[in-house]
Write a protein that binds this ligand. Sequence first.
Ligand code: SF4
Ligand code: SF4
Length: 361
Amino acid sequence: MRETDAIAEARRNLEVCNACRYCEGYCAVFPAMEQRREFSPVDLGYLANLCHGCRGCFYACQYAPPHEFGINLPKVFAEIRQESYVEYSWPRPLGRLFERNGTVVSVAAALITALVMIGTALFQSPERLFGTHRGEGAFYAVIPHNVMVLLAGSTFVFALVAIAISIARFWKEAGGGAGPVGKPFLKAAHDALTLKNLGGGGHGCNDRDGSFGMERRRLHHALFYGFLLCFASTNVATFYHYGLGLQAPYGFLSLPVILGTVGGIGMTVGSAGLIWLKIVGDPEPVSRRLLGADYAMLVLLLLVAVTGLVLLAVRATPAMGITLAIHLGFVLALFVALPYSRMVHGAYRFAALVRAAREQH
Ligand code: SF4
Ligand code: SF4
């Protein structure tokens, strides 16, 4: 991690917190902070990724704005998290390109969608593109199966490799060296999968203002598990195709469609709800320079989910071809943006949780 304005500001904040320690029971950040007297950029990258942005310390703090100390940990940690995604990104030039995330994500989504649609239109006759296709292999009458697998498979593998390299870089620099892995790993996995910290010990987070609520935790659950169900749906569909020789589209009561429908509804509710929370929430503990990126990513997730559900509804109509092209375009854009966006926070936070559990151990 490099020395930046956000790093200097976080250091100033934590030096006050380390003297005060009022919030030490609030989250994993404070016990980890108390083990340090000085804060290097690497330490601050680790602590920022340990923070889950609940805002509890902001509303509890007697030194928060308008106090002259202006302590605002959720805001400065959010900025450092975004800097860490760029700093450890692979390939780094792409990470820097995504630094102006909101604009780039939107433009990338639009360009990729446009390219898929133009490609589809160029390779298919209007009769095929706007025709009604039913039965096995109907989707592939518009976009050939091999083209779909090549496009989606290559962008997905790229996203996985980019995230793995980026997390390995983060872990190498901020992972805390040698030490026990088993127990800390299990504890971190439990905390991450249950989003335990967003529960705030039972009363929830400060989702909108100083009052407590569970909305953010529930919406994160809906988005996270919705995404996993859609991923499971794709894997089951791949098994149907290659293992059982059955081609999509599958029946409404088939396993891939049930998983995809429930997952799509979860993603729609989660992303739309999180957009709503951003709109109605207190802007003070939020970094304005990250707002565009956050909105762009949530809107992209919403578009992926909604176009997937629309595709299910119109798959036996002439609108199927163009809807399929648009949905595929948004999915590809999501995969390309994934390693550089806020979505990668889950992986960074998991690594930070393992390190925190090791330090406690
Ligand atoms: S956030 Fe404020 S109240 Fe909490 S430990 Fe820091 S200075 Fe103290
Ligand atoms: S915002 Fe929440 S998670 Fe982040 S440091 Fe404050 S209390 Fe901890």
